[in-house]
Design a binder for this molecule. Sequence first.
Ligand code: AMP
Ligand code: MG
Length: 487
Amino acid sequence: MFAFDNSYIRLPERFYRPAEPARAGQPRLIRLNRALAEELNLDFARASDEDLAAIFSGNNLPDGAASIAMAYAGHQFGNFVPQLGDGRAILIGEVVDTRGRRRDIQLKGAGVTPFSRNGDGRAALGPVLREYLVSEAMHALGIATTRALCAVATGDMVHRDTKLPGAVLTRVAASHIRIGTFQFFAARGDAEAVKALADHVIARHYPELGGSYRPYRGLLEAVSVRQADLVARWLSVGFIHGVMNTDNMAVSGETIDFGPCAFLDEYDPRKVFSSIDQRGRYAYANQPGIAQWNLARFAETLLPLMDGAEEENVEAANAALVEFGRVFQERWLDLFRAKLGIAGAQEDDLDLVNSLLKLMEDGEADFTRVFRALGKLAGGAPTEVLSAEFADAIGVADWLQRWVLRQEGDPRPANQRQAAMEAVNPAVIARNHRIEEAIAAGISGDFAPFERLAEALAEPYRESEAFADLQVAPRREQRVSRTFCGT
Ligand code: AMP
Ligand code: MG
């Protein structure tokens, strides 16, 4: 069933520890992502729901699985922790997908590992459903991300503030190698391991750098560009990761670790949802700066590998970080130009975008709905469609005049412009209050709202009658302002 080809265990032994999933009492399948299974060359045509629950709870590991917990360190809220590691996740192996890409398959919440410290290695149902919904929503939005292959209820209870039903999420990733993985070895002065890891990452994620003149500089530059692109995309859909510690940043460029993440409803650049982020370190608009800070930590681990003089290497690393800022800014502006439906590039575009964002902030306008409404205006709808989204629409009419002027000379007919805008401005996002609803129902044994939300999020750019309720912003009393880590 699984044609495993496990490369991580071929790295030195100090990269991981063997780890066996704990036995789940009464595993039950919640959802298998059949499209993803197909992409991974996994054939479950003859597997019953019971078979699937046994596999993805970890009770019946497939042949060829070599289950391990990966070692890593990380800066958590700016403080370095030399040993974290997979405390509630077990990598069961790697498969090569239909497009020839190597993908990790990991069980999250399958019990303690040598890295669990005081944790129980388990996951509660809520965070599993949240990660399933949000990671798949990100994928459907076209944003690089780890995927959710399966969710299984274990039948066991986990103890948090209260007793909660336990679950296991099967996560699929290009790899689970994080900036923190590099830090783990760098902090121990283990240059040999850092080099082995860097070479593995180059071969796996950046093969074009293999045998290049200065591969480790190249690696820093390439990871920086992917992160710049990723964070720009997050901002373009109102995504807040919530816990951008260096151990939660994948060197592959995929979004990873959906803990206290959330999408903006009303636009607020200082927005923070995470209950543990009291100082707003990981607020919406801080994300590019934090990514750059994390990349600086990555650079520190690579400097000893670089072959020029020390000063020259430091200079190259700094240049890569500056380039991160430039690429981020460029991608961000391009994405927002597309959201506004404006073609080409003009001097004033940055101000045009920022002026709208300021109006949205002042007018408590819903981030997603404003851009969707603008698309309708481009197609000929009356301005009220947009101004209705603002609690206070002062200034909106003036801004619209600028926007209309900016479109002069655009040869596209109105309906084409609207279609282009609607192809980049989602109608359905994974709104917090809907996720909470789906989780609450799931905890009481009803997975219908979860299934329905998953279905709607698979086609985020489509407006449909059937999911009209999911396109609506929460009323003030429905707004969810806090999210919690999976722990
Ligand atoms: P996170 O906040 O999810 O990025 O996790 C940070 C660290 O805590 C990682 O090393 C996790 O493996 C570990 N961890 C989180 N939850 C648990 C748990 N329930 N049991 C054991 N380790 C955990
Ligand atoms: Mg993590």
